[in-house]
Design a protein around this ligand. Structure first.
Ligand SMILES: [Zn+2]
Length: 95
């Protein structure tokens, strides 16, 4: 390798290094990372929201079907014949 080849390689390497260190690249990458984190969090929140909604619907359905069957809406237990309280959890029949 003669000195001019060395100089060329050095220059090209130096240019590449400058590209990697380019200050404009860093905020762009940072922006992308932040955007990704936000999207991930949003998706997670959306999943939690859907899960809650599904659980709420299930509970609502369970409650309605228990009422329809004349059972305690909270635990599905049977009511005592005279007291009108749940034999299982002791709550009053409130519907
Ligand atoms: Zn009950």
């Amino acid at each position: 390798m003669n000195s001019s080849d060395f100089a060329k390689r050095y220059v090209s390497f130096y240019k590449e290094l400058k590209t990697w260190k380019n200050i404009k690249v860093i905020p762009e990458v940072k922006k992308r990372v932040i955007r990704f984190a936000k999207e991930t969090r949003k998706r997670k929140e959306e999943e939690i929201r859907i899960e809650k909604e599904q659980r709420r619907k299930l509970e609502e359905y369970q409650r309605k079907s228990r009422i329809a069957e004349g059972r305690c809406q909270y635990c599905g237990g049977k009511f005592s014949f005279f007291g009108k309280t749940c034999k299982n959890c002791g709550r009053k029949k409130d519907y």
